[in-house]
Design a protein around this ligand. Structure first.
Ligand code: XMP
Length: 509
């Protein structure tokens, strides 16, 4: 096990961001719900207490006993975490008189404080709290203030325990990284040795040890996560890894063949299964998004299960699960709720009765890409936009037919190739086309047409949780729209989606 910084999560929307920032410093960091922290051992170098949507003064709010960590490990309380320790030690936390949300400047910094070292007076920080620490216990010392907040940061004397009421992890705290580095490197004494290469080396060794000569089956989707998981396993156990890549008939144009070829090029032991007709049969007559998702998910499980049974004596099912999926299922539920069910392989483990191995379940998406790079995987796989498991099935609004799939594949191909040819593909996080069940009037030559409308959507995002529509150049949109209407039979109108998430979502279904 490597050096680890623990985050006790009190449900803040920024908790994952703290973990990412720590990891960007090449220090491994894990998030635990505030009431389920692991055993403290020598690998744990420090504990960060996150923010929270709750008020420390509320009834029944998180108020764990911190005696197991106080004075034993360096602690950094952020916002709620800072207020919690101040209150537990007898300080006074009260609703803020002035609204403390948004940008503020540090007007006082104790330059002798190890946490604040290298930070400048006037440095901008991001505040986001309704409560504030009015009074600190006697053994607390103020290390930084803003104009409105005297106790913007404190240190507990005689302990490596700190609290700050601003958020160093958000981009608007311009010197937040300096503060976090001071904490993890100088105060927690982490050696910053967690790099993609070290991850690859330790993971391959661990996979070898865990799996030995056992056979493993893995479902490839063409996406980054399952592909990187496959390559790691391939390095560890070679041909004992059996990959299955299912053509559900809902992939992008020519995608199945292109991706299958590139998997084979990487030396993977992969079986491609053409199950288009089965998926189309399962979808026939369905128009509700969740019904379609379920039908696609169920058919995938059936096909995968049948194929996996053709491999003799398989013991393990490998999955490309990544850290956000894990956190989603364990973390403290803040105000956000699940909006849609996301199930690519949902239910697969239960049906197959195999042991599960998930080599990427501690990584964020961008880290998975870096691991893929360290493994020298082809860039076209690593830089791919995310693509949903149910594929074009949820981008054809309403009933799915083969004719509609053909139309959408052609539209999508012109859009995606256009982005690539104009150097815009890597600037957007995800781009897609949607076929609407709407026909509109147009005129082509001398003829009146009555044909389909397609939507183009491109968004910027970091994790898909929030997204903004991409401001693609008008000239580009004009050219793509023209190409689509001229070349794709059945389409006479193209619209561009300018909604952000929230309140919209990225996909239309
Ligand atoms: P939404 O539409 O919820 O999408 O804003 C966020 C991200 O999730 C992807 N997505 C899915 N991925 N199965 C998946 O594997 C699904 O059912 C599914 N629905 C949405 C979406 O493409 C975007 O990247």
């Amino acid at each position: 096990m490597e050096e680890t910084i623990l985050i006790l999560d009190f449900g803040s929307q920024y908790t994952q961001l703290i973990a990412r920032r720590v990891r960007e410093l090449n220090v491994y960091c894990e998030i635990y719900p505030y009431n389920k922290s692991p055993e403290i051992n020598e690998h744990i170098k420090g504990v960060i207490l996150s923010g929270s949507p709750y008020s420390v003064r509320g009834e029944g709010v998180p108020n764990p006993d911190l005696s197991g960590i106080r004075k034993k490990l360096p602690i950094l309380g952020v916002c709620y975490g800072a207020q919690l320790m101040a209150m537990q030690d007898g300080g006074d936390v009260a609703p803020s008189a002035v609204r403390e949300y948004g940008r503020a400047e540090l007007t006082y910094i104790n330059t002798g404080s190890e946490l604040m070292k290298g930070m400048s007076t006037g440095s901008q920080v991001w505040m986001s709290h309704g409560d504030t620490i009015l009074d600190i216990p006697e053994n607390f010392e103020v290390i930084t203030s803003t104009h409105d907040v005297k106790v913007a940061g404190y240190k507990v004397q005689g302990e490596d325990t700190y609290g700050i009421q601003f958020h160093p992890e958000v981009y608007h705290s311009t010197e937040g990284t300096i503060l976090l580095k001071n904490y993890v490197v100088d105060i927690c004494k982490c050696s910053q040795s967690w790099t993609p290469d070290s991850f690859v080396e330790t993971t391959i060794a661990l996979l070898k040890k865990t799996l030995g000569d056992d056979k493993v089956v893995l479902g490839l989707s063409g996406g980054v996560d399952s592909s990187v998981a496959a390559i790691l396993l391939h390095h560890a156990i070679g041909s004992s890894l059996h990959c299955i890549f299912v053509d559900n008939g809902l992939l992008r144009k020519n995608e199945f063949k292109k991706v299958l070829d590139s998997y084979q090029g990487m030396g993977l032991n992969v079986t491609g299964v053409d199950s288009k007709e089965r998926f189309y049969d399962a979808l026939s007559g369905l128009s509700e998004p969740e019904d379609k998702r379920k039908a696609i998910g169920r058919t995938f499980i059936e096909v995968f299960d049948e194929e996996a049974h053709k491999i003799k004596d398989v013991e393990w099912l490998a999955q490309g699960t990544i850290y956000p999926d894990v956190i989603e299922s364990i973390s403290v539920k803040g105000p956000s709720a699940t909006i849609k069910s996301h199930h690519n392989v949902g239910g697969l483990p239960d049906v197959m009765k195999l042991k599960i191995i998930e080599p990427l379940n501690s990584l964020f998406k961008d880290e998975v890409r870096r691991i893929g790079k360290a493994l020298e995987m082809p860039q076209n796989i690593l830089s791919r936009h995310p693509f949903p498991g149910p594929g074009l099935g949820i981008r054809i609004i309403g009933k799915v037919t083969e004719e509609k799939i053909r139309i959408l594949q052609d539209v999508d191909d012109l859009f995606i190739e256009g982005l690539k040819n104009n150097g815009l593909y890597d600037d957007v996080w995800q781009a897609l086309a949607v076929l609407l069940p709407v026909q509109t009037v147009g005129v082509m030559g001398d003829e009146r047409t009555y044909e389909n409308v397609v939507v183009l959507r491109a968004v910027g995002s970091t994790d898909g949780m929030t997204a903004d529509w991409a401001h693609l150049p008008y000239e580009f949109l004009a050219k793509v729209s023209n190409d689509i209407i001229n070349r794709v039979k059945g389409v006479n109108r193209v619209v561009y989606d300018i909604s952000s998430k929230p309140p919209s979502t990225i996909e239309w279904e």
